[in-house]
Design a protein around this ligand. Structure first.
Ligand SMILES: *[C@@H]1O[C@H](CO)[C@@H](O)[C@H](O)[C@H]1NC(C)=O
Ligand SMILES: *[C@@H]1O[C@H](CO)[C@@H](O)[C@H](O)[C@H]1NC(C)=O
Length: 293
C-alpha cells in the first residue's frame, strides 16, 4: 500500500513536468481545437483563445482548406465571416507556431458548424388552378403529391395542413396525411352547391403547436367545378323536394278529348304545355322527346 501510494505520488509529481516540456516544444496551444459554432455567426465570432509562449509567433497557415474564414485578433482565433451550414458543415484551419530560430509546428483546428432552422419550406408552385368535374369519384386524386411537395434547405420534415377560405366548401377536399400533401376528393361534389373554391395549403418545418422556431410556406389552389351530365331532364313546371334544389318533381300533364269528335286543334294540357329543361344547364345538351306508351 505504502509503495503504491509512493508510486502514485511520483507520477502525479512528474506529470506537470512532462506536460510543461511538451508545451514548450510546441510554443502555442488553444483552449479548444474542436469548437462548435452555430451557423449565421456574426463576423469576429471567437472560435478559441490561443496561448503563445514568449519567443513564439502564431499565424494562420495560408494553405489551410478554409483559410479565408479565419483571422487572428490578439490572442483570439476569430471567424472573419458568417458561416452557412447549408454550405459548410466543417471548417479546417492550421495555425503555424514559429520560434525565433524559424522552427515551426502546426496546430490543426476543426470548427464544427451547427445547423439553425433558418430556411423556409419552398413550394415549386405557389398558385395552382384545377378544373374538377362535378362527377369526380370520391377518393380520386385532385392534385398529385409531387406538384405540392415543398422542399426545405435545412432538410427538415415538412408538415402540411389544408384549409379553405370559401365558406360552405369545407370538407370536400383533403390531404392524404400530415406529411403527404396529395389532395383528394373527400365528399361528392355538387355544382349547385358551389362552383369554385380556394384552398390554402400550409407547409411547416415543425409540427403545429411546436415551441421551436417554425418557418411556413403557403400555396393557393383554385378549384373550379365543372358541371357534369349527372341529372335527368325535368318536365316543367316542377317542384323542388329538397333544400339544395337538386331534385325536381313534376305533376302529370292532363288534357281532355271528346270521345265522339275528331279534334283539329292542338291538345290543351294542364298545368301547361309539355316542356323539359336539362338541369345540367352549362352543358347545353339537346333534349329529345318521345312517346313511350
Ligand atoms: C375512400 O377511401 C377510404 C379509405 O381508404 C375508404 O374507407 C372509403 O370507402 C373510400 N370511399 C369510396 C367512395 O371509395
Ligand atoms: C267536347 O264537347 C263539348 C260539348 O259539345 C264541348 O263543349 C267541348 O268544348 C268539347 N271539348 C273538346 C275538348 O273539344
Amino acid at each position: 500500500m505504502a509503495v503504491s501510494h509512493w508510486l502514485l505520488t511520483s507520477v502525479l509529481f512528474l506529470l506537470p513536468f512532462i506536460k510543461q516540456v511538451s508545451a514548450q516544444q510546441q510554443g502555442c496551444s488553444v483552449n479548444n481545437s474542436r469548437p462548435s459554432v452555430y451557423e449565421n455567426n456574426s463576423p469576429g465570432y471567437v472560435v478559441t483563445t490561443i496561448h503563445v509562449e514568449s519567443g513564439f509567433t502564431v499565424t494562420i497557415d495560408p494553405t489551410s482548406p478554409d483559410f479565408s474564414f479565419f483571422v487572428i485578433q490578439g490572442s483570439e482565433l476569430q471567424l472573419s465571416q458568417s458561416v452557412d451550414y447549408e454550405e459548410n458543415t466543417l471548417l479546417i484551419v492550421y495555425l503555424i507556431c514559429q520560434d525565433a530560430a524559424g522552427q515551426s509546428d502546426s496546430l490543426e483546428i476543426l470548427v464544427i458548424i451547427l445547423d439553425v432552422n433558418d430556411n423556409s419550406p419552398v413550394f415549386k408552385q405557389t398558385n395552382l388552378t384545377e378544373f374538377v368535374p362535378e362527377d369526380t369519384k370520391v377518393n380520386a386524386t385532385i392534385v398529385a403529391r409531387e406538384d405540392l411537395s415543398a422542399t426545405d434547405a435545412d432538410l427538415d420534415t415538412i408538415f402540411y395542413e389544408l384549409t379553405t377560405i370559401v365558406s360552405g366548401t369545407d370538407g370536400y377536399f383533403a390531404i392524404k396525411g400530415v406529411n403527404n400533401p396529395e389532395i383528394y376528393l373527400q365528399k361528392a361534389l355538387d355544382y349547385e352547391r358551389f362552383k369554385l373554391t380556394t384552398l390554402i395549403l400550409y407547409a411547416r418545418d415543425r409540427p403545429v403547436g411546436s415551441t421551436e422556431t417554425t418557418n411556413t410556406a403557403t400555396a393557393t389552389i383554385n378549384i373550379f367545378i365543372e358541371q357534369a351530365d349527372t341529372k335527368p331532364p325535368w318536365f316543367l313546371p316542377c317542384t323542388f323536394i329538397n333544400t339544395d334544389n337538386s331534385i325536381c318533381i313534376s305533376s302529370p300533364y292532363t288534357g281532355k278529348v271528346n270521345i265522339s269528335e275528331m279534334s283539329t286543334e292542338p291538345l290543351i294540357l294542364e298545368p301547361g304545355p309539355i316542356y323539359a329543361i336539362d338541369p345540367d344547364y352549362t352543358l347545353n345538351e339537346k333534349i329529345v322527346y318521345s312517346i313511350v306508351g
